[in-house]
Structures are given as structure tokens and as C-alpha cells.
Design a protein around this ligand. Structure first.
Ligand SMILES: *Cc1c(COP(=O)(O)O)cnc(C)c1O
Length: 466
């Protein structure tokens, strides 16, 4: 039942691999983003499940025409919106392998080889980030889940799980997933102290210290600081070393949200910007962003690794069999999921096959592209650089001769999206609408950088003349 012969599997597999090859090899020539309308897509896709199986070729054609042709290519070399995800072929193949073997990565008993490979890969990330040997971690779905999981550990470690009167600190540049995580954990909005960031969009250590003192004086229970290790808005990095000093003095948990930026530690420039990252209590990172992995692949590292099991381990009767050897690791004891897929494989396999040096170069290229775009924009009259290239992120505005600059730039972003040659996004900085480019795709060429800037200028000039 539900089986194919070897030949059928081979034929289907070959067709699918060809589709993947076409995706990777032909991507540059496709529009960056295609968003279909609900009505059009429903008319193509909406149908009852067939009672009898259909020829695979027909179904794959439908996928090609209606589904995979209506996506934003976050791995396109001219996709600079939000946070790109410059996927790679090796990792995509790894996903297929892991799914085929249907690895249960929750227990040693059912997945000892995969658990060891996850331990090894997590330890690579630990070493990249300079955390000590006792640190531990696990792969999760993404940065949101890594942040949430970290906050659960922080709450257990510092509050004995009693959230009453507890306060948590971050800057106004904190990622929404941190706020959502706190909401999930039952913290009221009033318990989250979102402090105004300084002129460089960084958390001010003095303002933080004052707020903590005021809260202690008011009988509240400060317990955690969430630092940005690369904000999504501008790539700003909070002063991690100073925050680590403060948190140690004040007995607070220091979590760093490095979902966007932490991977930059792989190259020298990133390491310099992320100084102090090895001193945090917990760190979220997202290999499905700047480590070139397909979704989903996030990671959490915790300095005192034993805290993970202290926080999450529960031993029900029906799982007694899995706890045998002392040194066996059951990843279900380290986080929220029991059944988990084998996310470590794709990162491990791609590092094995491409080599770490290629990853370092690929990360560094992200810095270079943002800097190159900045240089070209600075050479043009009507562009104002709002925040310079930082950790692969650049924000800027076009100054029209007349009219509202905010509305103009929002309209320009829409115009750029319709045009389809590149995609960027907007954000708000100090109440102003800015254009934002995140340039972490290592496959963006120098010609494309020039082409992108010319296109933005031409579209802006066109819009301004209307
Ligand atoms: C993307 C991002 C997140 C959320 O990560 P997901 O993988 O989307 O869940 C959290 N923090 C920062 C800084 C991010 O850039």
C-alpha cells in the first residue's frame, strides 16, 4: 500500500530533481516576486482530492504552473526585502534525505546517529560564537521558537517560573517574535520595558541601568535583558559586552537575539561587530537566514547547557524506555517538541560539502554588497543614506523635489515590486519611511549591484515625474 516500485521511485525522483535543478540554475532570470490573486489561484488549485491517483507528470505540471510560479523567491540574487534566505542545493537534498528516512530526532533510542550529528553541529555553532564548553543547544523551527525557548529557560532559571511582578528589558528595536514569546509565556505588556534606542539604534546601557534601579525600588523583579545581535531594521548590534557586565552585576539573564546577525561571527568583520556575543546566557540564531539553509532551521544555544533539561525534562511512563545511558542525549528533553525532524543534517551536510571557508566568504560577501550599494547611492544626488551599510543592511530614501518624502518612498517600494527586477522593503525609522535592503545573498553579482541601483533610480525618477 502506498508504495512505488524502484523504477517508479527513480522516475519520480528524477523529475523532481530536475525541477530543483531548474529552480537553482534558472532563478536569476525569473522575476523576483510573483504574488497571484486569491481568485486566480483558487481557480487553478481548488479541487476535491482525487479518488484515484493521477499521473505524476500532470500533478507536477500543476505545481510548476500554479504554485511554485506564484512565490517570492527569497533566494533570488536580487531579493533584498525583509531577510532573504539564500538556500542551497545541498541542503535541499539533505531535507529530502532526512524526510525519506523519517528520522525521529527526539530520542537517542530512535535516533542516536542523528542525535550525535546534531550535538556535533550545535557544538560547531557554539564554537563559532565563542560560548564555553558547558553550553548546549538544539535546532528549532526558527528564530521565533529559539527566542521563545530561551525565555522559558530564563523564566525557570531566574524566576522559579513565577512571572508576577517580573520585568524584562529590551530596546524599541526588539524583534516582534520576542514580544510574542513573552505574550505566549503569560507576561503582560506592562512587564516588558521597551527602552528608546540611542542614535545608532542600540540599547543604551545607562538608560537600562536606570530603569532596572527604578523597577527594583518599586518592588518589581527584573530578571532578563534581551539584546539585539543584529536588528532586523538596521543591523544594529547592542553593546553585548557591557550588557553582559551589567547583567552579571545585577543577576539578570542576558539573551541575545541573533536570529538575523549572529551568523556573521563566521567572518572577521562580523566578529568585530559582535564582540561579547560569547558572554550571553542564551543566544538565538537562524541558519535559515545567513547560513544559507532552507526553511525551517533555527537554533538556540544556552551557556549553562544543563538548564535546558532542568527546564524541559518530564518523564512520562510511556517514554521510560528512552532514558537509558547516562551520556545519551534526548533532544526532546531540551526543548518543546517531542517529535522533531532532523534539521541539523542540512547545515552539517552543506558545511561538509562546501567547506567552512566557502561559508565564511559567502557571509562576508553580504557585507560587501551592502557597502557597494551604499557607495553607488552616495554618488547619486537624490539619495539620502539613513543608516549606512551595517551587517548586510542598508537604509536610504529618495528625496523628491516636491511632495511628501514618506509617501513617495512607500510608493517607490511598491513600484519596484511591480517592476520585478529586484525586491526591497520599507521600514520606519524614527517615524520616517525608509527603503531597506538586506544583501545577504552571496550570489548577487557586481553587475547586478550596478543594475539594481540604476533601476531604483530610474523608477524613482519616473515616479517623481508623474
Ligand atoms: C527573523 C528574525 C526573528 C524571527 O525568526 P523566524 O525564523 O522568522 O522565526 C527574530 N529576531 C530577529 C532579529 C530576526 O531577524
Amino acid at each position: 500500500m502506498l508504495e512505488l516500485t524502484r523504477d517508479q521511485m527513480r522516475a519520480l525522483g528524477h523529475t523532481m530533481v530536475e525541477m530543483m535543478i531548474e529552480h537553482f540554475a534558472g532563478l536569476r532570470d525569473k522575476p523576483v516576486n510573483v504574488t497571484g490573486s486569491r481568485a486566480a489561484l483558487a481557480s487553478l488549485i481548488d479541487a476535491p482530492p482525487p479518488e484515484r491517483g493521477r499521473p505524476a507528470g500532470d500533478v507536477l505540471d500543476l505545481l510548476d504552473k500554479a504554485v511554485f510560479s506564484s512565490i517570492g523567491h527569497v533566494d533570488h540574487p536580487r531579493f533584498f526585502a525583509f531577510v532573504p534566505s539564500p538556500n542551497n542545493f545541498v541542503s535541499a537534498m539533505a531535507e529530502a534525505l532526512a524526510a525519506a528516512h523519517n528520522v525521529f530526532a527526539g530520542s537517542w533510542l530512535e535516533g542516536s546517529g542523528p542525535a550525535q550529528l546534531e550535538l556535533t553541529t550545535i557544538d560547531w555553532l557554539r564554537q563559532f560564537c565563542g560560548l564555553p564548553e558547558g553550553a548546549a543547544g538544539l535546532f528549532v523551527s526558527g528564530g521565533s521558537m529559539a527566542n521563545l525557548t530561551a525565555l522559558v529557560v530564563a523564566r525557570a532559571a531566574k524566576l522559579a517560573d513565577r512571572p508576577e511582578g517580573a520585568t524584562i528589558y529590551c530596546s524599541d528595536q526588539v524583534h516582534s517574535s520576542v514580544e510574542r514569546g513573552l505574550r505566549v509565556l503569560g507576561f503582560a505588556r506592562g512587564q516588558v520595558r521597551k527602552l528608546a534606542s540611542d542614535e545608532n539604534f542600540r540599547l543604551s546601557v545607562d538608560a537600562l541601568a536606570r530603569q532596572i534601579a527604578a523597577d527594583r525600588a518599586a518592588g518589581l523583579r527584573p530578571f532578563c535583558v534581551v539584546a539585539n545581535a543584529g536588528t532586523t531594521n538596521t543591523g544594529a548590534v547592542d553593546p553585548l559586552g557591557e550588557l553582559a557586565d551589567l547583567c552579571r552585576r545585577q543577576d539578570l539573564w542576558l539573551h541575545a537575539d541573533g536570529a538575523y546577525g549572529a551568523a556573521a561571527v563566521l567572518c572577521g568583520r562580523g566578529r568585530a561587530l559582535l564582540q561579547g556575543i560569547g558572554r550571553v546566557d542564551s543566544l538565538a540564531l537562524d541558519p535559515h537566514k545567513w547560513l544559507f539553509q532552507p526553511y525551517e532551521c533555527g537554533c538556540l544555544l544556552v551557556r549553562d547547557g544543563a538548564l535546558l533539561e532542568r527546564t524541559f525534562r518530564i518523564l512520562p511512563d510511556y517514554l521510560k524506555d528512552i532514558h537509558e545511558g547516562e551520556d545519551e542525549v534526548n533532544f526532546c528533553d531540551r526543548g518543546i517538541q517531542l517529535t522533531r525532524n532532523f534539521r541539523a543534517l542540512k547545515l552539517w551536510l552543506s558545511i561538509q560539502i562546501f567547506g567552512l571557508e566557502a561559508f565564511r566568504r559567502a557571509v562576508e560577501r553580504g557585507f560587501e554588497v551592502a557597502e557597494a550599494v551604499e557607495r553607488l547611492l552616495r554618488a547619486r544626488e537624490r539619495f539620502e543614506i539613513v543608516t549606512p551599510a551595517q551587517l548586510g543592511i542598508l537604509t536610504f530614501r529618495y528625496q523628491p523635489e516636491t511632495g511628501d518624502t514618506d509617501l513617495f518612498n512607500a510608493a517607490l517600494a511598491r513600484r519596484i515590486a511591480e517592476d520585478g527586477y529586484l525586491m526591497l522593503s520599507t521600514t520606519m525609522l524614527r517615524g520616517r519611511t525608509v527603503l531597506r535592503m538586506c544583501t545577504i545573498n552571496p550570489r548577487t553579482t557586481d553587475e547586478e549591484i550596478a543594475g539594481v541601483v540604476e533601476r531604483i533610480e530610474a523608477l524613482a525618477a519616473g515616479l517623481a515625474s508623474e
